[in-house]
Design a protein around this ligand. Structure first.
Ligand code: ARG
Length: 275
């Protein structure tokens, strides 16, 4: 079967440099405060990712990192933006609580008028992933189940709840990536049987990741419809994507993996209002 022809669509991203990145607390199993972190190396790897997006023709805005928020580099968690509407984040852990208002302030100061400071805990695009037809929403570790209804009401898009079961894959974006309007890749082992059945029903042709590819956070990837930027260690996934007509682009974000995040975690997509 010949691979589907693919086209890239230019995207608008928000990123936050890891100027103050370090691992001083552990709120996911990837984080070990005893393990040294090279902040300069983290910055260099992050700059490579930003430069790659620019070379691929995307627009990248940058939010100023705050010194007391070492996890602020994971911009995906800062909000969810659909149709130009900004659903703010409310973090589960006190260590990250101040990031929610910091990101919301950025949007308000940039002229975004439709914003919502949420009632329920949601960690932005860590747990909300947008397809053409739906918002896929993760729960189990971070975002509260009630946040799914809150997002559906605010965006007016159907939200599909998915339950995560493996603490290594604590955010939906560590277990699933959106590749195109109705294409995804995911690691079945990260979901409950019922959620797996939902994914099989919605996406019968999904690219499935092996345990090995998931364990290097290979699913923490960003697609523009053609290029799929993913951790370079996820070689099996890269082959599967190429066989489907995508162009996988591997990057090294090893320092940021020590905080439990990779490509997608560092990237918040700003989806404009239609028209
Ligand atoms: N240390 C951060 C946390 O545990 C990592 C967040 C990763 N971001 C993501 N979108 N999965 O909250």
């Amino acid at each position: 079967m010949p691979a589907t022809p693919r086209t890239a669509r230019p995207r608008h991203y928000l990123m936050c440099p890891p100027t103050h990145f370090r691992v001083t607390y552990a709120i996911n199993p990837w984080m070990d405060p005893a393990k040294p972190v090279d902040t300069d190396l983290a910055v260099a790897q992050w700059e490579d990712l930003r430069d790659l997006y620019l070379r691929l023709g995307h627009r990248v805005d940058v939010i100023e990192p705050l010194p007391d928020l070492p996890d602020m580099v994971y911009a995906a968690n800062g909000a969810t933006v659909v149709d130009g509407k900004v659903l703010g984040a409310r973090f589960r852990n006190a260590e990250r609580a101040a990031e929610g208002p910091a990101y919301l302030d950025w949007f308000r100061s940039r002229g975004y008028t439709e914003t919502l400071d949420p009632v329920h805990v949601n960690e932005g695009e860590g747990d909300f992933l947008v397809t053409g037809a739906w918002v896929l929403a993760g729960k189990g570790f971070r975002s509260a189940p009630e946040s799914h209804a809150e997002a559906q009401e605010f965006f007016g898009r159907p939200v599909v709840s998915l339950e995560l079961t493996d603490e290594r894959y604590y955010h939906l974006d560590t277990a699933l990536a959106v590749l195109g309007p109705d294409e995804v890749m995911y690691y079945p082992g990260a979901f409950t049987p019922g959620s797996r059945a939902v994914l099989e029903r919605l996406f019968p042709d999904a690219v499935l990741a092996t345990a090995e590819d998931a364990a290097v956070l290979g699913l923490n990837a960003v697609s523009d419809g053609l290029h799929v930027v993913l951790p370079e260690a996820a070689t099996g996934l890269a082959e599967r994507l190429a066989a489907r007509g995508f162009e996988p682009v591997g990057v090294d974000l090893a320092e940021l993996l020590k905080g439990g995040g990779s490509v997608k975690c560092c990237t918040l997509e700003l989806r404009p209002a239609a028209g």
